[in-house]
Design a protein around this ligand. Structure first.
Ligand SMILES: Nc1ncnc2c1ncn2[C@@H]1O[C@H](COP(=O)(O)OP(=O)(O)OP(=O)(O)O)[C@@H](O)[C@H]1O
Length: 324
């Protein structure tokens, strides 16, 4: 089990993390999300032992993970950190990069394991290409296979698909997260992309103002976001009074509604003046105003600027947000 107890950290005099506490079970997959600059990468670096913490402790089972003051070479064999800096051997081949840490005394196993990992990252055909001739996205995939070849017990991934195009990303993330579960590897993934989180994470930790403000399953977090900050990590979201979309509701409570949950209707609901329509492929994203509040919603066609429309929300969505 990974145990992070009362961890606080500052860069010089700027506090970044304050009293962070959590446990991650063996084989669990946790996503760490939050706005840019909130300290996600810093947290991974602390767990890997790249930074010295002023307060708190990090343990993997019985072993304390210490920073560079106490441990000059970070990264014990049980833990691997895949950062934006891929740490590859550019003048050798993809195969050599991936197999470097496998035993040469078991050539068949070395070959089998390397081929398995090359297949996982979709690079079998590039096995004999030199790494320096690969694109950024291909190098990122090789870096991933290289850390997996070292069979870590815990894997820290910092934006693991940031350089990879959508076409490859969907297959890769599905194959990778299935592989990690099968191998029982504990994973912490820092990401901005909710497609990395919703289908794959067991739990999501949300960082804000130096603290973890939520530790939930992806489904709970998405369906019952505590505030707009959390909802906005999953897409465009709005906070509106219930009684405006359901006139019979005698409550002034406000709920969060994702942009795709609004329906445009004839004459009752949230009265919105349209300011702009943006083509998004499968739908238009419409920006408008209700009283002085900005509202974003989806619609199947563009709407005229200045037009007034009424938005409704289904009773199922309202009940879900109210936890009924
Ligand atoms: N080496 C450093 N020295 C000083 N400040 C730093 C250093 N590294 C990061 N910071 C600052 O610490 C804060 C947290 O940075 P961090 O990289 O952990 O954020 P993040 O949540 O991973 O951001 P992003 O999502 O943009 O990658 C930021 O304000 C950043 O500017």
């Amino acid at each position: 089990m990974l145990q992070v107890d009362h961890v606080s950290f500052s860069y010089d005099d700027t506090p970044v993390l304050e009293n962070i506490n959590f446990r991650v079970k063996k084989g669990e997959h946790v996503s760490i999300i939050g706005e840019s600059g909130c300290g996600k990468s810093t947290l991974l670096k602390i767990i890997y032992g790249l930074l010295d913490i002023e307060v708190g402790e990090v343990y993997w089972d019985e072993t304390q993970i210490l920073g560079p003051l106490y441990n000059l070479v970070p990264g014990e064999s049980y833990i691997k950190y895949l950062s934006q800096d891929f740490d590859l051997m550019p003048y050798t081949t993809v195969f050599e990069n991936v197999s470097q840490y496998l035993s040469v005394f078991e050539p068949e196993e070395l070959n089998r394991r390397t081929q398995e990992l090359l297949q996982l990252i979709g690079m079998t055909e590039k096995a004999h290409a030199k790494v320096k001739h690969l694109s950024g996205g291909q190098q990122q995939r090789v870096a991933l296979a290289r850390v997996l070849a070292q069979q870590p017990e815990i894997l820290l991934l910092d934006e693991p698909f940031s350089n990879i195009d959508n076409f490859k990303k969907n297959t890769l993330r599905c194959d990778l997260f299935t592989f990690l579960k099968k191998e029982g590897i504990t994973v912490l993934t820092v990401t901005h992309d909710h497609n990395d989180i919703l289908p794959f994470a067991d739990r999501v930790f949300v960082l804000k103002d130096q603290q973890i403000i939520a530790k939930e399953t992806p489904k709970n977090l998405y369906e019952h976001p505590k505030d707009l900050y959390i909802a906005s990590l999953f897409g465009e979201a709005n906070k509106i009074p219930i009684n405006v979309v359901k006139s019979y509701a005698d409550t002034k409570r406000r709920i969060i509604v994702y942009a795709h949950e609004f329906r445009v209707s004839g004459k009752s609901g949230l009265e919105v003046t349209v300011n702009a329509s943006y083509y998004m492929g499968g739908h238009y994203m419409i920006r408008g105003t209700y009283e002085d509040q900005n509202i974003t919603f989806h619609h199947h066609r563009a709407l005229e600027i200045g037009k007034t429309v009424f938005l409704n929300v289904s009773i199922e969505t309202i009940n879900q947000r109210l936890n009924l």
